[in-house]
Design a protein around this ligand. Structure first.
Ligand code: NCD
Length: 307
């Protein structure tokens, strides 16, 4: 089986079959990762550059580990220590790297659309590891994998996405994916952090009330406020955000059921999530990180043309 696309630029471009193929391939790779020798030769002689123009811990290490577990050769690029700081353009940097016979590019960039631009100008397969406020497709895929693993499936599941919806590429990719796979989605947060077009353009419910949203959902995917992407104040203070939208133990105990708590990281403890919730059994935050490696192995493998 093949994906319908050469690049992974966003969930928007994937079909339901593509998503199912990535998730089922990831299940096989997850099994590989439980073995004493967590490595397969699938991408031997494939060279991959990890091009990170924006900070990252989880996503960068997760891609790098996925590449190593597949036996690919990898090189890493961080904008702050590269010639980008000397004024080189993105396209020049990538053309230079590709001339050293690099086959695939994993890239994170603060400009929405940067990987799409690149995919039109270079021959290599491009994988979007987060572009501005647009998409973060591998995060949505690993979130979907983790939801399936903890609740048994996606279809008909009630998923709440809570927080800074407006500036979150994780939110947008999750909405696209969950809609395509038949889950029900509610976005929740302060009105100033939810785009006015959300209900109509995304086909999701919007609820500004956290307690009601938690009472409705099976899974709550909690997001960080993306202060670095806000150039004007959109809420009064982090303290007030916490009072209205922070998830704490008391609130969860007041629900009639136990819901699953997710977070893509990095967590701002004591703002969107209290520590006793983040570290509790109902939070699957570290399972998400674990699953990320298997999901990225699946994406790299399926886009490499080696399958
Ligand atoms: C997210 C990102 O960078 O978009 N983190 C991640 O990749 N796991 C979310 C965030 O920065 O809040």
């Amino acid at each position: 089986m093949q994906l319908s696309t050469r690049h992974l630029l966003g969930i928007k471009d994937l079909t339901q079959e593509d998503i199912s193929l990535i998730l089922s391939t990831a299940e096989q790779f997850k099994e590989v990762l439980q073995r004493p020798v967590k490595k397969v030769p699938s991408l031997r002689d494939v060279t991959i550059v990890n091009l990170f123009y924006e900070n990252s811990t989880r996503t960068r290490f997760s891609f790098e580990l996925a590449e190593k577990r597949l036996s690919a050769d990898t090189i890493n690029f961080a904008a702050s220590t590269s010639s980008a700081a000397k004024g080189e353009t993105l396209l020049d940097t990538v053309r230079n790297i590709l001339s050293m016979k690099v086959d695939m590019v994993v890239m994170r960039h603060s400009a929405s659309g940067a990987p799409h631009f690149l995919s039109q100008h270079v021959p290599a397969a491009i994988i979007n590891a987060g572009d501005g406020i647009n998409e973060h497709p591998t995060q949505a895929l690993l979130d979907a994998f983790s939801i399936k693993e903890s609740t048994g499936g996606l279809e008909g599941k009630k998923i709440a996405i809570i927080g800074d919806i407006m500036h979150s590429r994780v939110a947008q990719s999750n909405v696209y994916l969950l809609n395509k796979m038949g889950a029900k989605v509610t976005v929740c947060g302060p009105p100033t952090l939810i785009p006015k077009y959300a209900a109509e353009a995304w086909g999701v419910e919007v609820n500004y009330n956290l307690k009601e949203t938690l009472e409705w959902c099976d899974v709550a995917n909690v997001l960080r406020i993306q202060l670095e992407r806000q150039n004007q104040p959109l809420f009064s203070s982090l303290r007030e955000y916490r009072i209205s939208y922070g998830i704490n133990r008391q609130l969860l105990d007041s629900l009639q059921k136990e819901i699953v708590i997710m977070h893509p990281g990095p967590i701002n403890r004591g703002v969107e999530l209290d520590s006793d919730v983040a570290d509790s059994k109902q939070a699957i935050i570290l399972q998400q990180v674990e699953n990320g490696v298997a999901v990225r192995m699946a994406v790299l493998y399926l886009l490499s043309g080696r399958n």
